[in-house]
Design a protein around this ligand. Sequence first.
Ligand code: ZN
Length: 262
Amino acid sequence: MSKSLLENKIFHDATKARAWLEALLWADGRVCGYCGTVDDSTELPARPGFYQCNSKECRKQFTVMVGTVFERSHIPLNKWLCAAFLLSASKKGISAHQMHRMLGITYKSAWFMMHRLREATTRLSRHGASQQIGLVDSDGNYFSFCDPAPLKATLRELDMNAGGALGADDTALSTGEGKTYLARSLAEEPFASSFIEGAATTRQIAKKLIFEGRRPRTKDERMVLNNYRAMQFIKARKDDPLTIPMLLELHKIVTEETMDNR
Ligand SMILES: [Zn+2]
């Protein structure tokens, strides 16, 4: 981390910090953080940094901190800027304890600042990563979703490991106890999935269908077998790119001879 950057006055002087933030946020005119009125406010000489909104409906006094993460805090703005800079500049992350020592503030204040700053960056990154799904509510707002990296990692972990052999180490599972475990979990998954969908089949029958090749006699049994075949299909194609024909094929396998409206 560059020392000279930290020597910048905005990190040491609250007035300089305020001037810097005002120039940054109000480049196109002073904005009232309460009502959004632009360029129609009066400076209050007795209270440096405070401005009176001239909008008749508002008339509130505001500072540049209103509506930002720095709002309603007794910690001087220069310390806030320093904390934000340290957080963004440190590659390995920084602890509240380090922050407390470096900025000469209490541990409690350091913890509070980090919490607020992290929350704000999370919100910002979510906003940037959100994807619209093409549906609009009655007020015209788009529905959107966001799958941040940690969520993606968890979902992948689930995909790979929650379904028996899909992500298992083949060599460890091809012999002895591993084989028994694999067979059990492979039979368990289609059984559990079908059970969730309402199929009334016992585990014994499910295993006969899957491992002894017994033909399904009811629609429920068919469902169990279909789920098993779908899993085999997915396992065989797990490295192929996802395509519409592949999804249709999968759909066909899952629903074969189980639909009422054929
Ligand atoms: Zn206002």
